[in-house]
Design a protein around this ligand. Structure first.
Ligand SMILES: *Cc1c(COP(=O)(O)O)cnc(C)c1O
Length: 457
């Protein structure tokens, strides 16, 4: 064992970043702007303000300010669970007999169990500061809804969550955590919104999708006085807030003089990955350093590896602005046997542009291989990982095994975004050997891509 690096590298409280880092400021090719679906023109802060809080609308469109101060109230909340540890995975290295050095940034040490709280608290803060009554949102498996309900109760804001119906029914525990924090949780599609009633009429018995829950939450926000909509991933503002993950990771590595060779993150909507890699990509963009960056996605929902880089709807109901991103089409729904999260059809515009410009690679992995990695990690490192995070574990293990063949002692850093205590139905399937893999066919993907919007000239 490499004695000079502790198992857990903790930063001191006063070493926690005081600014978020906005990687867009260093991007030569800026991410494409959000478009008004009616006019095909980029949206202004004024047009976004009925949907988002004003300060968040400004952050969404700010491509130029590199550092944005983290308000003191948010930093005080962060101090309850941050700085989060960067862990040297000595036990995993030993198990793999690899010369590689593996590090993971652990974001699961809060009640919501994931990195999503980093942005939830920021979004709740700006809503409160604007004098709003509450916020609406959607949640799939429930991590975002849980994080947001915690943040809203801290700032005494009303929180309305549209939860994908299949998860609402199959994941009662997350639902109850949200209710414990005071959120109102509605299964989606519901009969409470126009779009929900429409989808229910069109697809009787549907168990819902994220895209559909987004449409309902947006409708609920714009139709109630003093409410705005908030989103837990994909958006530029969310990646900005999540930059705290990367800034802390870099500070911890710098503290011990370690230079990462490879940085790996799982990619759903791209927020943890974007946040983790931001300061490192910033160095690449400025020509100061080089890293191999790998985004890992499920083979059953492969937006980067098999999607198209195009403007698309962010939601099924087509009420949201259009975003340019790697997408599988807004109607894409992963197959029913998919248990591992990361099921959004599109990808953050920032991550998409960086990928298109060659700053990162993407790899897709099948879920049984993901759970094998999760099991190994749980047994040697002690933490029961979220299925989403386990996509990154899979590729970190694969790369560490490759180092074993080549004899290279690479420094591999990956994001461990959360814990998996609420995902035991998926683990049960895996343990019972009932888990299977499904890879969508080219026809499946072509079919959902056929409904990409036509942008008005
Ligand atoms: C939501 C979530 C993700 C995926 O979301 P991104 O926006 O891609 O980061 C990954 N891991 C965990 C634990 C999550 O809750």
């Amino acid at each position: 064992m490499d004695q000079h690096i502790p198992y857990k590298i903790y930063l001191e409280e006063q070493e926690m970043p005081v600014n978020w880092y906005n990687v867009r400021a260093d991007m030569k090719n800026k991410p494409a702007p959000l478009l008004n679906p009616g006019t095909g023109k980029p949206l202004s802060v004024a047009e976004l303000s009925p949907i988002f809080c004003e300060e968040l609308a400004k952050q969404e469109l700010d491509d130029d300010t590199p550092e944005i101060p983290i308000p003191e109230e948010i930093r005080n909340f962060y101090k309850m669970y941050r700085p989060s540890p960067l862990v040297r995975a000595y036990c995993l290295e030993k198990k793999l007999q690899t010369p590689a050095h593996i590090y993971y940034k652990f974001e699961g040490n809060n009640t919501s169990g994931s990195h999503k709280l980093n942005s939830a608290i920021a979004q709740a803060y700006y809503a409160k500061k604007q004098g709003l009554r509450g916020v609406t949102t959607e949640t799939g498996a429930g991590q975002w809804g849980t994080a947001l309900s915690m943040a809203c109760s801290y700032f005494d804001l009303d929180c309305q969550v549209y939860m994908v119906k299949v998860s609402y029914e199959q994941k009662p525990f997350r639902r109850e955590v949200m209710r414990t924090y005071g959120a109102k949780v509605t299964p989606s599609p519901s009969m409470e919104t126009e779009i929900g009633r429409k989808i229910n009429a069109e697809f009787p018995g549907t168990t819902g999708s994220l895209g559909c829950a987004i449409s309902e939450a947006v409708e609920a926000a714009v139709s109630q006085e003093g409410y705005r909509y908030v989103l837990g991933s994909v958006l530029n503002q969310v990646l900005l807030h999540q930059s705290i993950i990367g800034l802390e990771t870099k500070a911890a590595l710098d503290k011990y003089g370690v230079k990462a060779d490879m940085i790996i993150g799982c990619a759903g909507g791209g927020s943890n990955l974007g946040g983790l890699i931001s300061p490192f990509v910033g160095q690449m963009l400025r020509g100061e350093a080089d890293y191999q960056i790998i985004a890992v996605e499920p083979a059953s929902c492969p937006s980067l590896t098999r999607g198209k880089y195009a403007y698309d709807f962010c939601d099924t109901g087509k009420v949201c602005p259009l975003a340019k991103m790697y997408t599988l089409g807004s109607g894409f729904i992963p197959s029913a046997n998919h248990a591992g999260g990361l099921r959004y059809h599109g990808m953050s515009s920032i991550v998409s542009q960086l990928y298109d410009d060659g700053y990162l690679q993407a790899r897709s992995v099948e879920q049984t291989a993901v759970f094998e990695a999760a099991e190994m990690f749980a047994r040697v490192e002690g933490i029961l990982p979220a299925p989403e995070s386990s996509h990154a574990i899979r590729v970190a293990i694969d790369e560490a095994l490759r180092c074993k063949e080549t004899g290279e002692a690479k420094n591999i850093v990956f994001g461990l975004t959360g814990t998996g205590y609420f995902d035991m139905v998926a683990y049960e399937k895996y343990n019972n050997r009932e888990m299977s893999d499904y890879i969508p066919t080219d026809e499946d993907i072509a079919k959902s891509l056929a409904s990409l919007p036509v942008i008005p000239e």
